[in-house]
Structure formats: structure tokens, C-alpha cells
Write a protein that binds this ligand. Structure first.
Ligand SMILES: [Zn+2]
Ligand SMILES: [Zn+2]
Ligand SMILES: [Zn+2]
Length: 137
């Protein structure tokens, strides 16, 4: 498996626990550590939240998962093999829309041109209203 190989190169084994945590992130799409723990416990009730936190950190360090901030409060994780994407989060209904990072290119380029500021819009959610909620208002 590619992941096994990647981890071995970095001197880490993909332990059964890490494998479980990674699979949970993949299944859930975007998940908080609490949601990952809940999912893992469906099959492995003995695994506690701090273990999940530790494994998520390790998986992020070796580049298999990434975190993003999608609202108030904690971080969520998604699998790193997904395309780099921006997150549009509707503040009314909570829907999360993933868009290719290229959709933000004009904005990020103008920040570079006008302010010399380089930003990564995949890291934070862009808050607003989805089309349905906007039209309802
Ligand atoms: Zn962060
Ligand atoms: Zn994401
Ligand atoms: Zn909405």
C-alpha cells in the first residue's frame, strides 16, 4: 500500500490504530477528533479520545491527513489525498460546499499583488449563505 510505503520512509509504521483513524477520516469526509473517535469506537470501543488525537497528529505530520477550521470551535480533518479545496460554510443551514482551490485564485492573487500577502484559503472556511438560504431571506 502506498501509505505503508510513505510511512515507512518516514520511519513510522502504519499501526492498526493509525489505520483505523485514517479509515475513519476517509469515511467521514470532514470530521472533528470527537467524530473520528465515535466512528472508531463503533468497532473498537477501547480507543479513547486522546489516542485519536495523538494518531491524528501523527497522520498529519506524515502528510496523510490535513486539518481545516470550518467554524467556531475545533478543527476538522480530511484525508490528504483529496484535491486541495476551499470550504464554503453556510452559517444558516450549516451545509459545507467544497470548491477547487482555483476558485479562489483571483482573490489570493490580488492579495499578493496589492498587499504582498500570501494566503492559503484551504485552511479556513469561508463563511456566508448558500444559494437556498440566501434566496429564502
Ligand atoms: Zn490550523
Ligand atoms: Zn476539506
Ligand atoms: Zn444554507
Amino acid at each position: 500500500m502506498a501509505e505503508q510505503h510513505e510511512l515507512r520512509e518516514k520511519g513510522l509504521r502504519l499501526t492498526p490504530q493509525r489505520e483505523l483513524v485514517l479509515q475513519a477520516v476517509r469515511d467521514l469526509g470532514h470530521a472533528t477528533p470527537e467524530e473520528v473517535a465515535e466512528k472508531v469506537r463503533e468497532t473498537h470501543p477501547g480507543i479513547n479520545l486522546s489516542t485519536v488525537y495523538r494518531n491524528l497528529e501523527t497522520l498529519e505530520n506524515v502528510g496523510l491527513v490535513q486539518h481545516a477550521h470550518l467554524g467556531h470551535g475545533g478543527v476538522t480533518y480530511h484525508a490528504a489525498e483529496e484535491e486541495i479545496h476551499a470550504h464554503l460554510k453556510c452559517e444558516k443551514c450549516g451545509v459545507l460546499i467544497e470548491v477547487p482551490i482555483e476558485a479562489t485564485a483571483h482573490f489570493t492573487q490580488s492579495l499578493i499583488d496589492d498587499y504582498g500577502f500570501h494566503t492559503d484559503l484551504s485552511h479556513l472556511a469561508i463563511a456566508g449563505r448558500c444559494e437556498a438560504c440566501f434566496n429564502q431571506a
